[in-house]
Design a protein around this ligand. Structure first.
Ligand SMILES: CCCc1ccc(-c2ccc(S(=O)(=O)CCO)cc2)cc1[C@H]1C[C@H]1c1ccccn1
Length: 240
């Protein structure tokens, strides 16, 4: 098949993002501070600024029972579910379908006073990865979102300030084998979700406002999204 112009960038970005997501917080360099915790969910951030703008890298680890990594990534990647769980979304369109596992999105997010409204244009790629720790274990699944350009939608030419983001959702499924002679149910499943994101807000916004938004929005987003996947899959066959 002929290669798409973005393919080399996608391949490279996925490799880098997946290897960083696999690292524990300790290995990920210093400066990570735990800023939110709720049951099995732990959220860390590093305070970083570029040209006076807050670009705090975020790393969240969450363990959710009853779902698989494929189901988590499937509901994160596919546009038809996004309005159900992404509460800050005002509008979303798929600008390009590069392949069945790679889409280009344009999203506008609801304005956060007093910052101006933001939009994001990014490619999104879903991929299954071999489980290096346990060959016969369930595969690892990942979705990587990375800002890109599109000739028809140059940054900052309308009402929105263009954000620049890199996001990696990495999911590792664990199956606790059921008792002899009993069939596998969702009670035997758990999924370790690692969510990494770096969002450059694109234009100036007060650091205090942005940090308050992230502190409020990210825990809400991950809890709401994972609850959504559990609810969507609870009466359906398990998707490994
Ligand atoms: C000034 C920055 C505004 C702003 C721009 C962009 C995003 C954002 C975009 C994409 C993704 S995602 O993980 O790729 C899922 C697809 O939507 C998450 C977050 C969030 C915020 C801010 C609105 C806040 C927020 C933070 C966390 C989660 C959701 N929203």
């Amino acid at each position: 098949a002929i290669q798409h112009r973005l393919w080399p960038e996608i391949e490279k970005t996925v490799q880098i993002q997946v290897s960083m997501a696999k690292m524990g917080i300790g290995e990920c360099g210093s400066g990570w501070q735990l800023f939110a915790e709720d049951g099995e969910m732990k959220m860390y951030r590093r305070e970083e600024e570029v040209d006076g703008m807050v670009v705090d890298p975020l790393k969240a680890v969450h363990i959710v029972k009853g779902i698989t990594g494929h189901e988590v990534c499937h509901h994160f990647f596919n546009p038809q579910y996004r309005y159900d769980w992404e509460t800050t979304l005002e509008h979303m369109t798929v600008l390009e379908t590069i392949s069945e596992d790679t889409l280009v999105f344009l999203q506008t997010h609801k304005r956060i006073w007093p910052a101006s409204q933001r939009d994001g244009l990014f490619w999104s790629h879903i991929r299954k990865l071999p489980n290096e720790k346990d060959r016969d274990g369930p595969d690892i699944w990942t979705v990587v979102n990375n800002s890109t350009d599109h000739p028809d939608y140059p940054p900052n030419n309308g009402k929105c300030v263009r954000v620049f983001l890199t996001v990696c959702l990495l999911c590792q499924t664990t199956v606790d084998p059921p008792k002899e002679g009993t069939s596998l149910t969702r009670d035997n499943l758990s999924c370790k979700i690692t969510y990494c994101s770096v969002v450059n807000p694109g234009g100036w916004a007060p650091a205090s406002v942005l940090r308050a938004v992230y502190k409020r929005e990210y825990p809400k987003f991950l809890k709401r999204f994972t609850a959504y996947v559990k609810n969507q899959t609870k009466n359906k066959p398990i998707m490994f």
